[in-house]
Design a protein around this ligand. Structure first.
Ligand SMILES: NC(=O)c1ccc[n+]([C@@H]2O[C@H](COP(=O)([O-])OP(=O)(O)OC[C@H]3O[C@@H](n4cnc5c(N)ncnc54)[C@H](O)[C@@H]3O)[C@@H](O)[C@H]2O)c1
Length: 316
């Protein structure tokens, strides 16, 4: 059957690249970008776009009916750092949009849902290294609580109503096409831009804060591979652990210095340090590898090369 796809939050850090990749694969006209704001020129020029507030069920249903959408990627959310400043707004946005999309699937108005979770579902009592798929979670941030609740609801809608919902616990994502939108791992994008423009960067996390990270190309490929996997191979309907690499700010700085020797980093940890301190330093993704063949391609060195090269050339 012909896919007709809606991406909600299409103008964000992940949504932009996801939309462009899906348009390449399924045809521009079959991939509808939706967001409450307009995105960059490449995204806006590449296919259909709708201004859409996904907390409004009727507006969402109208877009789904108009374009005969059968697959939805829900990328709209308030991220970890911003959510600590606006707890109720974050909870309302993150949960309302998820229920709206899950209810569309329960009522058979769409067939398949992708909804991203995060390593923020884990907390201070979680095993810190090689965090298992199933383990103690107990998140302490508003964002983490919303993601853990979301996972339980996805699992519930799958078991109770047969909803085909698929999910990944993304680590911190590094990309050069769109700036990140208020997360705790944003430093790992900013640092490359500042290295090129100012030759120095002040990091809001401490030198030795090790976190799980992934280059955007890997994250997008994982998302498509999961969505194209045979449903009978998908054994996790909450959200899959997914891993590529782990590093500290000091290690990114050293990697950048290999290309820009005069680059200097200093450290001024702020409130985001307390968030990062509750998250794992590495993730065990055996289940994703076993169920749908996940394998990362980008390590820190490759990521640094891609980031510096693409930002420098000013590619759109
Ligand atoms: N970027 C990361 O490192 C990362 C890591 C783990 C999980 N995630 C998850 O992936 C998803 C996408 O993250 P991102 O980094 O692209 O976020 P982002 O903040 O860059 O983008 C979110 C987009 O959603 C849009 N939006 C906000 N409210 C909306 C509404 N009511 N209706 C429609 N659109 C709305 C925003 O305008 C924005 O373009 C989120 O669920 C996030 O929690 C991201």
């Amino acid at each position: 059957m012909q896919k007709s796809i809606l991406i909600i939050g299409a103008c964000g850090q992940i949504g932009t690249e996801l939309t462009l990749t899906l348009r390449n694969r399924y045809g521009n006209e079959n991939v509808i970008a939706g967001d409450i704001r307009e995105g960059n020129e490449t995204l806006m020029d590449s296919g259909p776009f709708e201004i859409l507030d996904a907390t409004d069920y009727d507006a969402l249903e109208e877009v789904v009916a108009y374009y005969e959408i059968n697959e939805v990627y829900l990328m709209a959310a308030m991220l970890s750092a911003t959510a600590e400043k606006f707890p109720m707004r974050a909870w309302n946005l993150n949960m309302k949009t998820l229920f709206n999309v899950l209810n569309l699937a329960r009522d058979k108005k769409i067939d398949t849902v992708f909804w991203p979770s995060s390593i923020a579902v884990f907390g201070p009592n979680t095993p810190e290294t090689l965090t298992p798929q199933s383990t103690v979670m107990e998140p302490t941030t508003v964002y983490g609580i919303s993601k853990q609740s979301g996972e339980r609801w996805c699992n519930y809608y799958h078991n109770k109503f047969g909803v085909d919902v698929r999910s990944i616990r993304y680590p911190g994502l590094i990309s050069w096409k769109t700036m990140p939108g208020g997360g705790t791992t944003d430093y790992a994008v900013e640092i490359y831009h500042k290295a090129l423009s100012d030759k120095k960067y002040t990091c809001f996390l401490s030198a030795d804060t090790e976190l799980p990270m992934m280059f955007m190309d890997d994250a997008i490929r994982a998302t498509l591979e999961l969505m194209e996997a045979d449903p009978k191979n998908i054994t996790v309907r909450s959200s899959y652990n997914l891993s590529a690499m782990s590093f500290t700010p000091a290690q990114v700085a050293a990697s950048i210095k290999g290309h820009i020797p005069e680059f200097e980093i200093s450290y001024q940890p702020d409130f985001r340090q307390a968030i990062a301190d509750t998250w794992p330093s590495s993730i065990d993704d055996t289940q994703a590898r076993r169920d749908w063949g996940w394998k990362p391609r980008f390590d820190l060195e490759e990521t640094t090369k891609e980031m510096l090269g693409n930002i420098k050339s000013g590619r759109p």
